[in-house]
Design a binder for this molecule. Structure first.
Ligand code: NDP
Length: 395
């Protein structure tokens, strides 16, 4: 029996995680679930999976959460705030932590799980993009087992040899890691019409059902850029070891190409319960409730090279990856600000990349060697991005 904390339980990944866990009550017990704004859903989940703790990130919601828990007959202890997130991620009773809070807010609780040596199911890619080497060093020190949940990284993990040594692609005969992406909803849309892209259009992904921020990141392909950086850290790869390949059908979730000409791909229907189940049960396999892939349903299987004019955010992310930690931390922060402003109707779709680029260009590179410095750069880049938006777009 594994005891699991689900950080970000009310999100898309969190709900899918609880779905998989509920299919295997003999294998998994929920220790804690966490949420932020969706208190109703959080309490509904608490009724179903009976955790020991329910954590509300927003301290201002504590009393509401307690009242709701009482009305619903939820037995769990209600906690709130950033410290409580870290406590349920690192508690001695916990075996595995699903890190599925969106954005920079996930960094400290995810790191708490890593430092406590947990089995960490990493969905919150922003945590690794922000803290890279420090995150990997913390895992090495504590013995934490990081299992990638992003479908692409989970696929790469499945395609690598079982004895793959971190960072030594050559020793395993690996020529390239091929990171696939659907290209999002605007893969075929004329670029000169991008200015008019609406929030609704950008919020509809052709193949995946996901949270709001990652859906916009998929439309700009910043998501692929963040995944590029994430892949470098997860597998100890360099930027030249990874190619991004557009595969609009999202059936292949990524591939590894070997020097003998072999390419190993991981395939499946686009359903996050597959990588979640793999992360929970690794090295075993468990039923995830996912519809089996039926090749007679697949009429087309195609591949393209991404165009940076269409996807300037992808280019920015790859360049930031080459530049180093300071750039990737700032890019992640600027992008969170820009996406939030786009979703509030304050800036247009094309402006997301413009804000990101202007933020990076406006700040001289500095060394970042501690979590404190990373948090400082994150805050500075947010301020800069907001200033740029206020100055340039007058809102
Ligand atoms: P959602 O927006 O659906 O869910 C985000 C979760 O984080 C919710 O539980 C939300 O709580 C919580 N949350 C939001 N803000 C805060 C905060 N300030 N403090 C604490 N908790 C907070 O996101 P997804 O599930 O789509 O994505 C989660 C992570 O997984 C992201 O990093 C994403 O990139 C990654 N990922 C997602 C995939 C997907 O298919 N969805 C695929 C691969 C990776 P509440 O809802 O209660 O406000």
């Amino acid at each position: 029996m594994q005891t699991v904390t689900v950080l970000g339980a009310t999100g898309s990944i969190g709900c899918n995680t609880l779905d998989v866990i509920c299919r295997h009550p003999e294998k998994y017990r929920v220790f804690a679930i966490t949420g932020n704004a969706q208190l109703d859903l959080l309490m509904e989940q608490a009724q179903k999976c009976a955790p020991r703790y329910v954590v509300v990130a927003d301290e201002g919601q504590y009393q509401n959460a307690c009242d709701l828990a009482q009305q619903r007959g939820v037995d769990a202890e209600i906690l709130c705030g950033a410290r409580a997130l870290e406590e349920v991620a690192s508690a001695p009773e916990v075996d595995a932590v699903m890190a599925a809070i969106v954005g920079a807010a996930g960094l400290l609780p995810t790191l708490a799980a890593v430092k406590a040596g947990k089995r960490v199911l990493l969905a919150n890619k922003e945590a690794l993009v922000m803290s890279g080497q420090l995150f990997i060093d913390a895992a090495n020190q504590s013995g934490a087992h990081i299992l990638p949940i992003d479908s692409e990284h989970n696929a790469i993990f499945q395609c690598l040899p079982a004895d793959y040594r971190y960072g030594d692609l050559a020793a395993s005969g690996i020529r390239k890691i091929l990171l696939t992406g659907s290209g999002g909803p605007f893969r075929a849309r004329p670029i000169d019409t991008f200015e008019g892209i609406t929030i609704e259009e950008a919020s509809t992904h052709p193949n995946w059902s996901m949270g709001r921020k990652i859906t916009i990141d998929s439309a700009t392909m910043m998501n692929k850029g963040l995944e590029f950086i994430e892949a470098c850290w997860l597998f100890g790869a360099g930027a030249d070891d990874i190619d991004v390949v557009i595969h609009p059908q999202s059936i292949i979730h990524s591939m590894v190409q070997y020097v003998d000409g072999s390419v190993i791909a991981q395939m499946g229907n686009p359903d996050m319960r597959t990588p979640i189940a793999y992360g929970l049960a690794h090295p075993a396999r468990i039923d995830a409730g996912v519809k089996p892939l039926d090749f007679s349903d697949i009429s087309n299987f195609s591949f393209e090279t991404p165009c940076y004019v269409r996807y300037p955010n992808l280019k920015l992310a790859i360049e930031a990856c080459r530049e180093g930690q300071c750039a990737t931390t700032r890019l992640n922060a600027a992008n969170e600000v820009a996406v939030a402003c786009f979703l509030e109707g304050k800036i247009g779709f094309n402006d997301i990349a413009l804000v990101n680029e202007a933020t990076l260009n406006a700040m001289p590179v500095v060394n970042v060697n501690s979590i404190q410095q990373i948090l400082e750069q994150d805050a500075l880049a947010r301020t800069k991005a907001n200033d740029i938006i206020r100055g340039k777009f007058q809102c």
